[in-house]
Each structure stands twice: as C-alpha cells, then as structure tokens.
Design a protein around this ligand. Structure first.
Ligand SMILES: *[C@@H]1O[C@H](CO)[C@@H](O)[C@H](O)[C@H]1NC(C)=O
Ligand SMILES: *[C@@H]1O[C@H](CO)[C@@H](O)[C@H](O)[C@H]1NC(C)=O
Length: 152
C-alpha cells in the first residue's frame, strides 16, 4: 500500500481541523491571563484561621477573603497573597455573574476550615460568602463553580 493513496480531499481533511485548533488556542491565550480552577463557599465562624489565628484585623473591610486549597496553599506561603478571580461556569446554569472580577486575600487553609463544606474538597479556593456572592449566585454554592484566577 502506498502512503499517497488518499484522495486530495482525504489528505487535506485534517488541515482545516488543525487550523481551527490553532485559532482556538490563540484566542484562548489572548482572552485568558490566569489559570482555571474551582471554587466553593464557606460560612462563619471564620475565626480562628490557619494564617492569622484569632486576629480580627486579618479580614479586608470588604470581606473579600478566601481559604487556599491544596493547589495554591504552598505550605502556608499563600497567607496574605491576593488573587483576582472570575466565575466562568457552574453546574447550575446562569449562576455566574458575567465578567465580574474580584480580588480576594488568602487568610486560611481550605482543609483546616472549622466549617469545612463538602463542596470544598479538592477545590482551588474556598471563598467567603461575600466573595462568592460577588461573582456567582450563592444558591450555586452546594456545588463548586469553575473560575479563572490569577495571583496579583
Ligand atoms: C490562637 O489564639 C488562641 C487564643 O488567643 C491561643 O490560645 C492559641 O494558642 C493561638 N494559637 C496559635 C497557634 O498561636
Ligand atoms: C439565584 O438562583 C436562584 C435559584 O436558582 C434563583 O431563584 C434566583 O433568582 C437567582 N438569583 C439571581 C440574582 O440570579
């Protein structure tokens, strides 16, 4: 069998697919500056935290804070880091608040939360109620949402 036995159409068929894939990849690279992960929501009591124990002054006044999941906890080095996060999709349709980007401060470790919600297991980040509600409908919280995140 010759390797050139395909017709012209058959031989060229993969080409449009390849071009399409390249286009998709380049548009993804242009529109997304961060990584993709998942987020859950946790509820009070928020104290004590794995980062700052009982200090009340650790929370930003706008209550945009979060607990780091294993992927970003970095052995505690994540404490105090700031992340930009944006909801990109959710299991419950239309739960994301479109194009809403917020900045959260890491104050805790997801696996050490007093009120560890089942949905937090394995997520990138667990957001305070205020932070979660700012980028998604809180009623989506029983499951995790997908987000784009980037360290500031
Ligand atoms: C956290 O704060 C409590 C109450 O102030 C204190 O008893 C405890 O030793 C502190 N824990 C750590 C790890 O500093
Ligand atoms: C949030 O979701 C609930 C349940 O699906 C829905 O009833 C409510 O209207 C939603 N709120 C907003 C602001 O979209």
């Amino acid at each position: 069998m010759s390797r050139r036995s395909c017709s012209l159409i058959q031989c060229l068929l993969p080409l449009p697919l390849l071009l399409f894939n390249l286009l998709m990849m380049s548009s993804l690279l242009q529109t997304s500056q961060g990584d993709v992960g998942t987020a859950a929501q946790y509820s009070p009591p928020y104290l004590p935290t794995a980062c700052y124990n009982d200090s009340a002054s650790q929370f930003p006044s706008n209550n945009m804070f979060a607990a780091a999941g294993d992927g970003i906890w970095d052995n505690g080095a994540a404490c105090g880091r700031q992340y930009l996060v944006r909801c990109i999709s959710a299991a419950v349709a239309d739960s994301c608040i479109a194009d809403q980007v917020i900045q959260v401060k890491i104050v805790d470790y997801a696996l050490a939360l007093i009120n560890n919600p089942p949905s937090a297991s394995g997520t990138t980040i667990v957001l305070s109620e205020t932070a979660f509600g700012a980028i998604a409908n809180n009623s989506a919280a029983p499951t995790s949402i997908n987000l784009e995140f980037q360290q500031v």
